[in-house]
Design a protein around this ligand. Structure first.
Ligand code: SF4
Length: 210
């Protein structure tokens, strides 16, 4: 596949997914900080579990950097237990909250600076950092998750995180709403098709070919 075909292919995928599911308007959150907390909680679990934990945190008035950074660790573990790996996540939530409390203007920084700062934190990898850059800071960084990698493999697009991210960012317009929508559509497709092995009904590849 030529570079031009790869780029056209990804735009076609976006249009197909948008036609299939419509706009997803992701990420559902009342504040940018809620996106930050959700990005930690969603690691290795379903979104339904994250919703429960977010509700628990809100009920305890902890959904902000200062109160969350000061929360009792054991209490926090109980509140986020439903998301799995709760000890690790409670610790990570406290760490990232402290960081946001000490750096209240961090989301205003340029995308590269923000991303590097996030990556220096315990438990924040590329996918989590880019989710925060895109959905909390509204800056154009394409998020690569497991479903994106899977779909790319099926399309014959190989590479690690940075290569796939560059491929998407070079293929579609640098448009924050489109980046947000495209990632959300991929996750929806992944859940409904790839994850359920509905490959015979695949709308992205036919018989393993674009
Ligand atoms: S539905 Fe199957 S063939 Fe289609 S992209 Fe997902 S894993 Fe690949």
């Amino acid at each position: 596949m030529t570079a031009k075909q790869k780029k056209t292919g990804l735009v076609e995928v976006y249009n197909k997914l948008l036609g299939q599911f419509g706009h997803k308007h992701w990420w559902p959150a009342d504040t940018p900080f809620e996106v930050v907390a959700g990005a930690i909680l969603t690691q290795q679990t379903k979104w339904e579990n994250v919703e429960k934990a977010i509700k628990n945190l809100k009920e305890e008035e902890l959904m902000d950097a200062e109160p969350l950074s000061e929360a009792n660790l054991e209490k926090l573990e109980e509140l986020v237990r439903c998301t799995g790996f709760y000890r690790q996540k409670a610790r990570r939530l406290k760490d990232i909250s402290m960081f946001f409390f000490k750096n209240p203007d961090i989301l205003e920084k340029p995308a590269d600076e923000l991303r590097d700062a996030l990556l220096s934190l315990n438990g924040v990898g590329e996918e989590t950092a880019d989710s925060i850059v895109l959905y909390a800071a509204d800056k154009p960084r394409f998020v690569i998750d497991a479903y994106t990698r899977r779909i790319c493999r099926c399309m014959g697009l190989e590479g690690g995180y940075p290569e796939l991210q560059s491929l998407f960012e070079d293929s579609i317009p640098e448009d924050v709403p489109m980046y947000k929508e495209f990632h959300a559509l991929i996750v929806e497709y992944g859940k409904q098709f790839c994850g359920k092995k509905r490959c015979t009904e695949c709308i992205i590849v036919k018989n393993g070919k674009m």
